[in-house]
Design a binder for this molecule. Sequence first.
Ligand code: SF4
Ligand code: SF4
Length: 363
Amino acid sequence: MLSLLKTVWGLLFRLFPCPAPTGLREIGHPGPHSPVLVTCNFDLTIKRLKKELEGLDLWLLVAQSGGVNVWCAAGGDEFNTHSVVSAIKTSGIGRKVIHRTIILPPLSGPGVGIAAVRKATKWNARWGPVRAEDIRRYIESGLRRDEGMKRVTYTLAERLDTALGSLFPFYFMGGLLFAMFSRPLLSGYLLIGAVAFLLFFLAVDWIPGKRGIVKAGYINLALLGILAITELYHPSGSPYRSSIIIAVVMIFVYGSELGGLAPHLPSDLDPFLARAGVGAVGNVAFAGTVRTELLNGYRDLTYDHDVCEGCRNCFEICPQGVWRMGEDKRAILADKDKCTACRACLTQCQSGAIQAKKQTGTS
Ligand code: SF4
Ligand code: SF4
C-alpha cells in the first residue's frame, strides 16, 4: 500500500521529494563482472529503472539525491559529486565486483563531475544513455552510446509525463483555491484546466517560440481573440468569459513553468523569481546561481579554444548537442543558440576552457 502511494505521489507530485533508501540493489543475478549503474534515490525513478532492467544482471547503486529525480536534483546540486563518491565508498560495491567502472546518468551532468569522481575514488566513471529504455541496448552493445543516447528529446509520451508529474500540483492548488473561494466555478476550472493542460503539452513542439512563456503567449492571444469575438456577439457578457479566463491563466502558469521542467527549454520561471527577489524555495535556488545568471544575461557562456585539452567531456555531456569536436581534437562551440544553460559542460570542463563570464554592466 505504501509503495502504491509513493508511486502515485511520484507520478503526480514529482516536484516534491519521495525518497527511497540509498545503497546497493541487485537487479537479476549480478556477479563480479556485472555493470554498475548509478541512479538517484527518487522512489519512482528506481521503480521505473527496475522495470526497464528486467532480465538483465547488474548492480544498481542508489546515491543520495534528497529523494528528487536526477535532472532536478543535479540542477539544484542535491545530486552531486559527493553523492556518488559517498555511494561508492559506503555501499560495499568494491567488494562485489572486480572491475572499477560505474555508469552515470547523463542528466546528472550539471551536478556530478565525472573527473572529480574518478579522482576521488579511482573508479572509472562513464556516461550511460539519457533514457532508461536505452540502457539494455547500451549494455548489450558493450557500453557504447550512439548519438540518440546522448541527447534529450521531448516526445509525446515524455511531454505527457512532464505534464502529469510536474504541473499537476499547480492544477491541484488551483482546484483547492476554487473550492475554497469560488465553488460555482470549480467544475468549469477542473474541466477547462485539464483540457488546457493536455492540449498545451500535446501541441507544445508545434507552437512557435523557443520558450514556454512565448508558446503560452501565442495560445493566450488566440484565446483572448476568441473571447473578444464572443463578447461582441453577447452584449450582456460572453457566456464563455470565465472559462476562457481560467484557460488563459492556466496556460500562462503551465508555459512559464514548462521551461524549468522540460530539459530542452530554458527556464522562464527561474529568472522571473530571481528578478522578483525570490532567492530560493526550499533547496531550489533561483537567484545568484550560475544557471539563473546565464539565463538572465548577467553571465555569458564563453569558450577559449587555446585552453581546451580535448577531453571531450563537453561534447559527451551536453544534452542539446551544442558542442562538436574539431579535427584538431579540441572542442567547438558550434550551436550556442541551442544552449539551455543547464551548466553541465561547465561542471565537466576541467581545463577552464569553458566559463560563465560576468557581463560588464551587470551586478
Ligand atoms: S552548452 Fe548549454 S546546454 Fe550544453 S551543456 Fe553547456 S550549459 Fe548545458
Ligand atoms: S572545452 Fe573543456 S570539456 Fe570540452 S573538450 Fe575542451 S577541455 Fe574538455
